[in-house]
Design a protein around this ligand. Sequence first.
Ligand SMILES: Cc1cc2nc3c(=O)[nH]c(=O)nc-3n(C[C@H](O)[C@H](O)[C@H](O)COP(=O)(O)OP(=O)(O)OC[C@H]3O[C@@H](n4cnc5c(N)ncnc54)[C@H](O)[C@@H]3O)c2cc1C
Length: 482
Amino acid sequence: MTSPSSNPSALASRHRVVIIGSGFGGLNAAKALKRADVDVTLISKTTTHLFQPLLYQVATGILSEGEIAPTTRLILKRQKNVRVLLGEVSAIDLTAKTVTSRLMDMHTVTPYDSLIVAAGAQQSYFGNDHFATFAPGMKTIDDALELRGRILGAFEAAEVTTDHDEHERRLTFVVVGAGPTGVELAGEIAELAARTLAGAFTTIKPSECRVILLDAAPAVLPPMGEKLGLKAQRRLEKMGVEVQLNAMVTAVDYNGITVKDKDGVERRIESSCKMWAAGVQASPLGKMLAEQSDGTEIDRAGRVIVQPDLTVAGHPNVFVIGDLMSVPGVPGQAQGAIQGASYATKVIKQSLKGRDDPANRAPFSYKDKGSMATVSRFTAVARIGKLEFGGFLAWLAWLVLHVLYLVGFKNQFTTVLHWAVTFIGRGRSQMTITSQMIYARLAMNWLKSQTEDAFTAAEHAEQEASKADEAQAAAREKQRVE
Ligand SMILES: Cc1cc2nc3c(=O)[nH]c(=O)nc-3n(C[C@H](O)[C@H](O)[C@H](O)COP(=O)(O)OP(=O)(O)OC[C@H]3O[C@@H](n4cnc5c(N)ncnc54)[C@H](O)[C@@H]3O)c2cc1C
């Protein structure tokens, strides 16, 4: 079923802006057009605006999913020039200037005058997608809830088993990827075991819990530099986290993980709970755009190597922003997406006033506001300009900044409350786990493959039946002629 998208309250003559994605880039672009004389359609495959930097706190029972993922439709409820459409974009036609999205069996074609593509990135397993079955990534609410189920479920299984080796395997947590997400996740699991869960089980001592953070790279937090990386590593090690560097994962299965060290020797780590925080791959929409452009290319991670004005070559009305854009010196961080959104919407507003000359636009320039990562309760590392520091001050700065960037006062308020429970006390407010969290993704993947198999089999049977019908008809015709 295909239907054209229309905004009933809109004037047909208004400039139409379509935004793909409701992350930092997409939401900020929509908000920036609040007072512009345009009709905005924001299309996203999720109903929420996800604050990815705090996903690890959902995975470790500190925050609820609602606190970091408010509903986009409600955030934009009062902005009358925006229509929010749920759907996965499956096609962008740069010639016809349309975007096609799909929700269940409904296909919607939305025309645009200006297009902002902010579809972000997804987890990359570097060509080993089968690792995902046993080592979920950390990109979506589904991922974070599945990890919460697996982490807390591993403690429960360790309490039940009477086998010593199995007890150890259940209490071994492996985080792959020593970037900010991996560091934060490993630190939080160590604190969960040592503080929140200590004394809650009969057969588990906090010291038995092994948290391993491993990476193929030779350093922790490489983008933050050697000094801060070492600081974070020492702090993690003080908390009991085993940091294993120059260690490349070669296999992941139900029972554990196989790792190849720098000397080429492979070894096994038996672990029931593996997590993948190592690498990103841009949305496939990037490739789709590049293929239709006048020479724009994508980089190895699938990001679009945009023009200096963040557009696609030959299409000055098509902007690519955030994690999907490749601009030298701009990291895949929230600020890149926010500043990209601000730049693209300013250009659109200028063009409405007739003040935009696409050939002479001032290029996008990124202001580096620094980066931060928490390591543990009261400890973080931060780099702001040339200033590099760690410890309590960095943690406070991290705390304040993250609260400020959360959308909605209610979410800011409850987040601070839950942080107080966890950081001042020992508790965690979001420790509920369900079977759905642990099994739903695998069950859905299995169901999908079964449906696809059944569909292929039905299609094949239909083709065979049709061939048989044709053969019978031909035989009857031959008999009739004879
Ligand atoms: C675990 C984690 C921790 C992070 N920590 C930090 C941090 O501490 N500081 C920091 O600055 N940055 C951090 N980042 C990076 C930051 O979150 C990203 O740089 C930022 O979210 C990029 O914004 P974006 O709008 O480009 O993409 P996203 O925020 O990823 O949004 C993409 C949007 O596009 C939608 N979408 C994707 N494909 C389609 C499609 N085909 N059809 C329709 N919609 C689609 C998605 O549903 C989503 O709404 C972290 C990222 C992760 C994953």
